[in-house]
Ligand binder design. Structure first.
Ligand SMILES: [Zn+2]
Length: 143
């Protein structure tokens, strides 16, 4: 399913902004050409699929970004946690956050790793709620 997703111009890869518009459907290159890369810092080397059109490397294993359902659940859990502690996150704010994250295609396994996805998540959540990023991060860690 990951090969059928279209990448937006605002996609990031491993925290690096990809500036040029890359609107296309990812096409996985021949397995013999896949580069060997660590799955995480100090982790084992594994061959990573990549897109032969844009060159983005697909996140695999523990670096895979959360799927759409996981993102929606994270928005809900974090909103409830803030609301319970007196910093109300409204239904409208939640909808805007989910809409923005969908527009950024943060579940694209070619454009994001788990870490870069969560960095964007924190940025968007903070932008729409006015809650400082470091506070968003500290509450996420307690979920
Ligand atoms: Zn591609």
């Amino acid at each position: 399913m990951d090969g059928t997703r279209v990448v937006s111009e605002s996609a990031t890869h491993q925290g690096v902004f990809v500036g040029a518009p890359t609107l296309h459907v990812h096409r996985i290159a021949a397995p013999a050409t896949w580069p060997w890369l660590p799955t995480r810092k100090g982790g084992p080397m594994l061959q990573h699929p990549y897109c032969e059109v844009c060159g983005l490397i697909k996140a695999i294993g523990s670096e895979r970004p959360l799927k759409r359902g996981g993102i929606v659940n994270l928005v809900a859990a974090l909103s409830e946690r803030f609301t319970a502690t007196g910093r109300k996150v409204t239904e409208a704010q939640r909808r805007l956050i989910n809409k923005k994250l969908t527009a950024l295609q943060v579940e694209d396994t070619f454009a994001y790793t788990r870490a870069s996805q969560l960095a964007v998540f924190v940025q968007v959540f903070g932008d729409y709620t006015g809650i400082p990023k470091d506070i968003v991060v500290s509450h996420m860690e307690k979920l």
